[in-house]
Design a binder for this molecule. Structure first.
Ligand SMILES: [Zn+2]
Length: 328
């Protein structure tokens, strides 16, 4: 299969961060427009993109030093979301689950969490309609001491807005080396139960296979983000297979974060061999100056399987959190 053929395939996207979809030119313009104070030594021409494997997670996260400075108004958010949807359109993506941390938007703009959620929900709904791409929102919180408080305030906002249909799931992201308070998992389980939201957890990206087990058993994960460490353990791959939990495989991101070393083959080959469900996703394509097509190509180089790529769209639908025509 060649790039052109893959480009033309209809696709779904189940693991992508809103900021990671926005063109670097748009980000530069917004930062200039807002007269944002850049961190000392930050080079807007070079430091917005990660093109080579980073030597640490911290250096991979460098672009977020300035991404967290935008958008500083609802209008700027609209510009960001439009850029994201143009990116999705260019990849022939027909349905998407976009992740975003609503809390930083509330803090940055000095507005209530429910207002920030309303901004994101309404702008995604408009862009979805404009571009004819079915879109949903996954609410992301970060690991760490304040995870339970952050989850509670997001869920309060979700309730206040009348549980918008577009919100389909919860996501835990951030540094896997930092533990969250023990009640975080049970709060995810309660939210699943009360609101029927689905759960995806970034786990096993930095080699911690035990985080995948706790994502499943303590957080009620329906999908696992990255999950590269699962290949280290037959038991964990069996657990994912038996529970029908899908791994969101992001081939290019996994190389750039060093989740998979340059010298190793990608663990997706083990997932295939053990019948662990997976889908291909792009994580932060614009940061990588890449695209979902490039992730498919990378997967194809690793596995040589065109059939798995032809089945990808129906697999993405199968494991999507979106109900109805484009999902379950
Ligand atoms: Zn991610």
């Amino acid at each position: 299969m060649d790039r052109n053929e893959i480009q033309l395939m209809r696709k779904g996207e189940l693991h992508v961060h809103l900021n990671g979809l926005v063109s670097s030119d748009v980000i530069r313009n917004l930062l200039v427009h807002d007269e944002a104070e850049l961190p000392f030594g930050f080079d807007l021409e070079k430091d917005l993109n990660i093109l080579q494997p980073a030597d640490s997670l911290l250096s991979y996260l460098k672009p977020w030093q300035v991404l967290r400075l935008i958008p500083k108004s609802k209008n700027c958010l609209k510009v960001i979301i439009e850029s994201a949807f143009l990116n999705l359109k260019s990849q022939n993506i027909t349905f998407v689950e976009i992740r975003n941390s609503i809390l930083y938007l509330a803090l940055l703009n000095n507005i209530a969490v429910d207002e920030a959620m309303h901004w994101v929900v309404s702008e995604i709904e408009c862009a979805s309609e404009r571009h004819k791409i079915k879109a949903a929102l996954i609410l992301t919180i970060s690991r760490g001491d304040y995870a339970p408080e952050h989850l509670r305030s997001l869920l309060d906002a979700y309730e206040k807005l009348g549980r918008p249909d577009i919100v389909v799931g919860l996501d835990l992201a951030g540094n896997e080396e930092s533990e969250s308070p023990p009640e975080t998992g049970s709060l995810f389980l309660k939210a699943k139960d009360k609101y029927e939201l689905k759960v995806t957890i970034h786990a096993g990206e930095t080699g911690r296979v035990e985080n995948i087990v706790s994502a499943v058993n303590e957080f009620g994960a329906d999908r696992i983000g990255h999950g590269t460490a699962a290949s280290k353990s037959i038991e964990v791959m069996d657990l994912l297979k038996t529970r029908n939990i899908c791994i969101e495989v992001c081939p290019i991101s996994n190389r750039l974060t060093n989740a998979v070393d340059e010298s190793e083959s990608h663990p997706v080959a083990d997932f295939i061999a053990h019948n662990v469900p997976f889908v291909i996703c792009s994580d932060n394509p614009a940061i990588h100056c890449s695209s979902l097509t490039e992730d498919y190509l990378e997967f194809y180089r690793e596995t040589n399987s065109s059939q798995l790529l032809r089945d990808m769209y129906s697999n993405q639908k199968k494991y999507s959190f979106i109900k109805g025509e484009y999902g379950n």
